[in-house]
Each structure stands twice: as structure tokens, then as C-alpha cells.
Design a binder for this molecule. Structure first.
Ligand code: FAD
Length: 276
């Protein structure tokens, strides 16, 4: 859609080219959301794609995902064989309500900054202990865990003029075994519940990340795989029945039911008793 209030587009090629932030500015990444509805408060777009950040960088510390990495690029990447969490990348990339066109334009950073409950890049990076690097307007950086970056539907931790630069996934998280469950009302619909469980390589500590059924990600950690009852109780403590998300993609009661069901399926899968 035409953004009829936009009168200027900046295309910085390096950090020093970034214009001083002013009211009416918006960062432009893939544009799949920005151009999908009217943005009457936006007058200038600052396109961050020409900053030329390498999309994906692997080293002994883990994975650095540039905010401008496309969903299709992330899905097409080959990861080291000893990263047991690898299947989660494809599973999360395929959890968009999105056409081929959106999938090839939308960015990981744009998805996280949108902070929608059904943001699958939020699910992925929150479950894998993602740490955001943020460029601040004074030329410095600050770091925030993905879990703390997403504050609620379309609310993130960025102050005006701050730019999400990258998300770092630590090697220890990437070596954990994962189990994934997702549901939406229609086959390619927006996620109503998306849960990821991870277990340490020695079969020790367990973490469960609940997204889509809640307004923001919820993370539960246990020193070992809990029993069914302990897990159920921990979820109920963390998310009272009235705190599940409500929108056209699912009622709170159904989201709670699916959350508890998926949590138990994940627990059993990682315990080695059930795979489906
Ligand atoms: C048909 C369709 C289906 C969709 N399905 C889903 C879905 O299932 N789940 C979902 O979560 N979303 C969905 N979306 C919304 C959106 O397309 C995605 O969230 C997408 O990942 C946004 O990425 P983008 O690069 O296109 O962001 P843009 O549209 O470019 O930007 C989105 C917002 O984030 C800001 N932003 C972008 N990058 C940065 C950055 N690095 N630092 C600071 N701010 C930044 C922008 O200023 C803007 O406010 C869908 C959209 C469409 C049109």
C-alpha cells in the first residue's frame, strides 16, 4: 500500500550515515508490515537494508543473526551437525501466516520488533536464550534478552531512535535438544499457541518457552524434567487462566488447553516416551 504521509526516505550505508532521529521516523526493514496498513504518523522511512550487515555468522560462541536477516535466509542456512536445536529454525520459519513473497522479504529483526504474540522469530530466539544488541542514538550499544525485549503485543523495549542490530544465540543453547508444538485455527493461520521445550545435552535441565498463547513470551526453567503435575502447576502459577491472549486467532480458554496439552507432549517427547 502507498504510505501517503511519507515524504522522505533515508538509505544509510553505514552507522555514521544514520540520520538524527525525529518524531515521524520509522525504521524500514522488509516492509511487510509497514506497507500492509496505513502509517499516518510516519513521515520518513530510514531503510536499514543497505547497511549491509552479514545475515548469519557462526563462530565458537554461537550464532549472530543480523536484524536484517530474511526469514528465507535463516531457513536456508546449514548449521553445524552438533547443534541439536537445528530443527527449531525450520519449524519456526514455517510458523508464519505468510505468503512466499512475505517470507522472502520479512526480516528476523522486523518480526521481533513487531512484538506480536504470534511472532515465530520471538519464539525461536527466546527459546534459545537470544540476546539482542541494540544501537542507541548516542552511538553506543546495549544488550537485552529477547525475553525482556518483547513487552506485549506491539510493544518492545526500544526507546525512540534505537535500532535492533542483531540477536546472538549462545552455543550452549544451540546444543540443547528441542521439541516444538504449534497450532493455529487454520492450516497456515497465525499461531494461537507455539511452545518450545529444550533439554541440556546431558539430559539435565529443562526449559519451556510459551509463546502465541500469551501476550508476551513466558519462560519456565527446571533443574530436571518435571513430572506432569509439577509442569502443569508451574504453568498455572506463571499464567493464570485470565492471562491467556485473546484475539480472532483463538479464545483464552482454548489457548490454555492447547498450552497445557503441548507442554505435556513436549515433556514426554524429551523424556523419550513419545514423539508425536
Ligand atoms: C500476509 C502477512 C502475514 C503475516 N504473518 C505474520 C505472522 O504469522 N506472525 C507475525 O509475527 N507477523 C506476521 N506478519 C507481520 C510482519 O510481516 C512480520 O512480523 C515480519 O516479520 C516483519 O518484518 P519486516 O522486516 O517486514 O518488518 P517491517 O515491516 O519493515 O517493520 C516492522 C516494524 O518493526 C520496525 N523495525 C524493523 N526492523 C527494525 C530494527 N532492526 N530495529 C528497530 N525497529 C525495527 C519497523 O519500524 C516497524 O515498526 C504478517 C504480515 C503479512 C502482510
Amino acid at each position: 500500500m502507498d504510505l501517503h504521509t511519507v515524504t522522505e526516505i533515508a538509505r544509510p550505508r553505514q552507522r555514521s550515515d544514520l540520520p538524527a532521529w525525529k518524531a515521524g521516523d520509522a525504521w524500514l526493514a522488509g516492509g511487510t508490515w509497514l506497507f500492509s496498513e496505513p502509517q499516518t504518523s510516519v513521515n520518513r522511512l530510514v531503510d536499514i537494508v543497505d547497511l549491509g550487515w552479514p545475515a548469519l555468522q557462526i563462530d565458537e560462541q554461537g550464532l549472530r543473526i543480523a536484524a536484517t536477516c530474511k526469514i528465507a535466509e535463516l531457513d536456508g542456512m546449514t548449521f553445524p551437525a552438533n547443534w541439536a536445536a537445528t530443527p527449531l529454525f525450520n519449524q519456526c520459519c514455517r510458523s508464519f501466516l505468510a505468503s512466499f513473497k512475505v517470507w522472502n522479504a520479512a526480516t528476523v529483526g522486523g518480526n521481533i520488533c513487531m512484538a506480536l504474540p504470534a511472532g515465530p522469530m520471538i519464539s525461536l530466539t527466546a527459546a534459545l536464550d537470544g540476546l539482542c544488541t541494540i544501537w542507541t542514538p548516542d552511538g553506543k550499544e546495549r544488550r537485552v534478552a529477547v525475553l525482556d525485549f518483547v513487552l506485549g503485543p506491539q510493544r518492545n523495549a526500544l526507546a525512540p531512535g534505537e535500532l535492533l542490530r542483531l540477536i546472538h544465540l549462545p552455543i550452549l543453547a544451540l546444543r540443547r535438544r528441542g521439541a516444538f508444538r504449534q497450532i493455529s485455527l487454520s492450516p497456515l493461520g497465525r499461531s494461537a499457541a507455539l511452545l518450545i521445550g529444550t533439554l541440556s545435552p546431558d539430559g539435565g535441565d529443562f526449559a519451556l518457552t510459551i509463546t502465541a498463547s500469551t501476550p508476551r513470551p513466558v519462560r519456565l526453567a527446571f533443574p530436571a524434567l518435571p513430572s506432569t503435575a509439577v509442569l502443569h502447576e508451574a504453568i498455572d502459577q506463571a499464567i493464570p487462566p485470565t492471562q491467556y491472549y485473546a484475539d480472532v486467532h483463538g479464545t483464552p480458554a482454548w489457548r490454555r488447553y492447547m498450552t497445557l496439552l503441548f507442554a505435556e507432549e513436549i515433556r514426554r517427547e524429551l523424556e523419550g516416551k513419545d514423539s508425536a
